[in-house]
Design a protein around this ligand. Structure first.
Ligand SMILES: Cc1cc2nc3c(=O)[nH]c(=O)nc-3n(C[C@H](O)[C@H](O)[C@H](O)COP(=O)(O)OP(=O)(O)OC[C@H]3O[C@@H](n4cnc5c(N)ncnc54)[C@H](O)[C@@H]3O)c2cc1C
Length: 463
């Protein structure tokens, strides 16, 4: 039975939950507010209460109780998702996992690490570095590993090291009725039965609450170098990126920023990159290897009119360049004080990338809204970043129509409405258009089997 209207908790329900988590339940207004919004432009919705969990056992007890009482439960990491994922659209509780932040076991010999779901990406990398290791998935935001698992996150290094789908080996997940399930193994290969690990990865808190994860990690490369190259047009830059991927040269990152994005980061970071369509690269390997890779990339970019190719193996310079890329989202917002950004997340087969970017640019140019384009072009994944005035809901509606038009064009090219951000509340119609009703009906059957009362993150992925 699906939940169809808002659920507000009674005092006796709050007391019962409080007893399960040693009093860590809050109805404080600012706590409710901070759990009622994410980084999307969706209007905020408060949960009825926020519950802080500290263990798998507590999560299990809370879910068993909420299932019996038919209370909606939205798992919460740090709320950096971009499609209204964490909004408690039907009230109930926000189940905050962020204090489950222990790194449980680092196994350098196996190149794995086991963590609680609330561990944040940057803290994990800081700890791993003392063993000469790093966790590769890098969405820019300092997200939790549980949140990244649940959105199937990826980022700038996916072209070399894969996304969460490739890097989660095993996890502990709690089902809606409180059943604790362990799926996957700490092995590099696995062929045992249905792949429940990848069913949970990307399920956006609608099938289970993840409490522990074993991740693949990598040795920190001996040398890292960065390079930057400018192009006359958006299309030349994109074509160069496609040719680089096809050449098989070992790039660790390859990101595209249009002239507007560069202008924004220049102003935000106080730097002075040339304001032109730009490709940023990173190379990982031996000192000689990174130099050779950079040379091959320079040759390919020059075939597409790339100019002013600069590369650096100096650590401070490399970090500064990539920090500027990671700040592009905030720089876009800072360039328009008081406004919010809406990010699209199309991914297409590589052969369609130049067309997809061109179509998106054409639609946005005609719309009159300020925008910029950037993305993980080596994965065929790019974002358009559209600026809107949150005080004008009509604008939001208009932008939704425009993004829908772009998404339909992407789907018609064989692409997807989301390469990494997920469906949340924002792309429900696009999922149906992309996957078709037969596939979405199967998703609904799986949801019903695992969460028959529909308490887990209702109103997300599908209606
Ligand atoms: C500036 C910026 C840049 C970004 N760039 C990228 C990018 O390049 N690539 C990318 O993939 N994303 C990107 N994102 C989006 C975001 O960082 C990711 O979606 C991230 O994975 C969300 O993690 P979180 O901890 O914030 O999760 P939250 O936002 O708290 O939650 C996300 C979803 O996961 C569920 N969830 C959270 N924890 C759990 C759990 N333990 N068990 C079950 N479900 C859970 C929630 O219910 C929700 O549906 C970006 C965001 C920002 C603000």
């Amino acid at each position: 039975m699906a939940i169809t209207s808002r659920v507000d908790l009674s005092q006796s329900q709050i007391d019962a939950l409080s007893a399960l988590v040693s009093g860590r339940v809050s109805v404080n207004e600012s706590v409710l507010d901070s759990h009622g919004r994410d980084e999307s432009a969706f209007p905020p919705v408060r949960p009825s209460a926020v519950v802080m969990a500290h263990s798998t056992e507590e999560v299990s007890k809370v879910l068993a109780y909420c299932n019996a009482e038919k209370i909606p439960v939205v798992a919460f990491g740090v709320g950096s998702s971009l499609e209204g994922h964490v909004l408690p659209l039907f009230g109930g509780i926000s189940l905050d996992i962020s204090e489950m932040d222990k790194i449980l076991q680092i196994s350098p010999d196996d190149l794995t690490v086991r963590v609680q779901a609330g561990v944040k990406r940057m803290a994990l990398n800081k700890k791993l570095s003392s063993d000469g290791l790093f966790f590769s998935v890098d969405p820019g935001a300092d997200a939790t590993i549980g949140g990244m698992t649940s959105t199937g996150a990826s980022g700038t290094t996916t072209v070399r090291y894969g996304s969460m789908r490739e890097n989660v080996l095993k996890l502990t997940a709690v089902l809606a009725d409180g059943t604790v399930m362990e799926v996957g193994r700490e092995t590099r290969k696995l062929s045992a039965g249905y792949d429940l690990t990848r069913l949970i990865v990307g399920s956006e808190g609608t099938l289970a609450v993840v409490t522990e994860i074993t991740l693949r990690v990598f040795g920190i490369p001996e040398k890292m170098a960065a390079a930057v190259c400018r192009f006359k047009s958006l299309e030349d830059g994109v074509q160069a990126a496609i040719a680089i991927v096809r050449s098989g040269v070992a790039i660790a990152r390859c990101e595209f920023l249009d002239a507007q994005s560069i202008k924004n980061v220049n102003a935000h970071d106080g730097i002075s990159l040339q304001e032109a369509p730009t490709l940023l690269f990173e190379f990982h390997g031996s000192p000689r290897g990174v130099e050779e890779d950079a040379q091959v990339v320079q040759e390919i970019t020059s075939e597409f009119g790339g100019t002013d190719f600069e590369w650096t193996a100096e650590e401070g310079e490399r970090r500064k360049l990539w920090q500027a890329r990671h700040n592009a989202y905030w720089a876009g917002i800072a360039a328009h004080p008081g406004k919010r950004g809406i990010s699209t997340d199309a991914a297409v087969p590589l052969s369609k990338l130049a067309d997809a970017v061109a179509v998106s640019e054409k639609i946005l140019s005609a719309s009159g809204f300020p925008f910029s384009i950037l993305g993980h072009v080596a994965d065929g994944n790019f974002h358009t970043f559209i600026i809107t005035d949150p005080k004008n809901p009509n604008e939001l509606e208009e932008i939704r129509k425009i993004t829908h038009e772009m998404t339909s064009a992407i789907i018609a090219m064989g692409g997807t409405c989301t390469g990494e951000h997920g469906i949340g509340a924002g792309k429900i119609d696009s999922l149906l258009e992309e996957a078709g009703s037969a596939s979405v009906d199967i998703m609904k059957l799986i949801k019903k089997a695992l969460d028959p009362n529909g308490i887990l993150n209702p109103g997300k992925i599908f209606h």
